[in-house]
Design a protein around this ligand. Structure first.
Ligand code: G6P
Length: 362
């Protein structure tokens, strides 16, 4: 079926609103009462693997970064991520105990495809996380997990990212359960949270309107820093990328604890800080990083379940008990923020200048 806007102003907007549904589809048939069922990950594929190397570009690289935290924390597998265009020419050292994972919405990104070829030529086992069946990357990889986001038309990726993260989370749980690094009780509670992911992605009444209203403050100024820690650091990178792609304003994602090593020199009231302050992961640490920026007069938009008195703007998130639920809700908010800023600036959100949906040449 050809994608239609169905009353939304932009495909990107429609795709943001579709996320709760496409996540359900991504989970469908892959979760039983007490285990993760990923038949694509055969025993042969995982045998002898103790390292995972992830390779991707753009937004898909950011979901890979999230996965690197999840693989180490949940599955206790050494994991690292590389940008495909860097990986290609660095003469990478590859050993057969490594599962090579490529992540791609389109399955056609030239750099990612070439990286996959290099890994295959080195004899590694390969897994693709991809949204397009029968794409070049899917055809080449030993195994594929399809992300089931449906057709994504907006050049700025939203729902594909959400489904990639959910899929990679399932992979981490699957491997952790197989290896016994996750006990049954923890697995049950992770599954419980996974199944509730669509709730975190549901656009609550008043949220979009609130973001529309507060977005007017963020049309001028000399730049944005999205900051977060742990998995909220790659989310900060992704939030900044969304904003850059469609608003053409300068935005950077940064690890909150690293601001003091340079970027804080930029802080003044024209520096907008989007602070990702989850309650379930390093709240106090992140808060003190944001306080340092506030003390230098930076304009702060805090996204958090906890009211933060130094914030110039505040978007309150739900009272979640799991970092991944907080992750998905904050992801949604940063997507809507980028959308609203770009719309106010009069930009073509679905066809941003200079960008292509899929980059099939080097
Ligand atoms: C392009 C798109 C991005 C995307 C990247 C990787 O730059 O504009 O949105 O994240 O390619 O694409 P892929 O299809 O490999 O995920």
């Amino acid at each position: 079926a050809y994608a239609q806007k169905e009353g939304y102003r932009f495909f990107m907007e429609k795709e943001i609103y579709e996320q709760a549904r496409v996540i359900s589809e991504t989970l469908m048939g892959r979760i039983s009462a007490d285990s993760i069922v990923l038949d694509e990950l055969s025993p042969e594929l995982l045998e002898g693997i103790n390292t995972i190397k992830i390779c991707a570009c753009g937004t898909s690289y950011h979901s890979g970064l999230v996965a690197s935290y999840l693989f180490e924390r949940l599955a206790k597998v050494r994991a690292n991520v590389e940008i495909a265009s860097e990986f290609r020419y660095k003469e990478p050292l590859l050993t057969p105990d490594t599962l090579f994972v490529v992540i791609s919405q389109s399955g056609e990104t030239a750099d990612t495809l070439e990286a996959l070829k290099i890994a295959k030529a080195a004899g590694l086992k390969t897994l693709a996380i991809c949204n397009v069946d029968n794409s070049s990357i899917v055809r080449l990889a030993d195994a594929t997990l399809l992300t089931r986001a449906g057709i994504e038309k907006g050049v700025a990726s939203t729902k594909a990212f959400a489904t990639q993260v959910a899929t990679l989370w399932m992979v981490a749980l699957h491997i952790g359960a197989l290896k016994g690094t996750i006990d049954q009780q923890t697995l049950a509670s992770e599954i419980h949270t996974l199944l509730r992911t669509p709730n975190a992605l549901h656009v609550k009444d008043g949220l979009h309107e609130k973001i529309h209203r507060l977005s007017k403050r963020y049309l001028h100024g000399h730049g944005f820093f999205f900051i977060g820690r742990d998995i909220f650091y790659p989310l900060a990178l992704e939030g900044a990328l969304k904003l850059k792609e469609i608003s053409y304003m300068h935005a950077e994602g940064y690890p909150a604890g690293e601001m003091k090593h340079g970027p804080i020199a930029l802080a003044d009231s024209g520096l907008f800080t989007i602070a990702l302050m989850p309650q379930t992961l390093l709240y106090e640490k992140t808060k003190s990083n944001v306080e340092e920026l506030s003390a230098r007069d930076a304009t702060i938009l805090a996204i958090s379940p906890k009211p933060f008195d130094l914030a110039d703007d505040f978007i309150q998130t739900g009272d979640h008990a799991h970092p991944m639920s907080e992750f998905f809700e904050m992801m949604l908010i940063t997507q809507l923020l980028a959308l609203e800023v770009a719309v106010r600036l009069g930009n073509d959100v679905d066809m941003p200048r200079n960008l292509a949906k899929s980059v099939t040449v080097e």
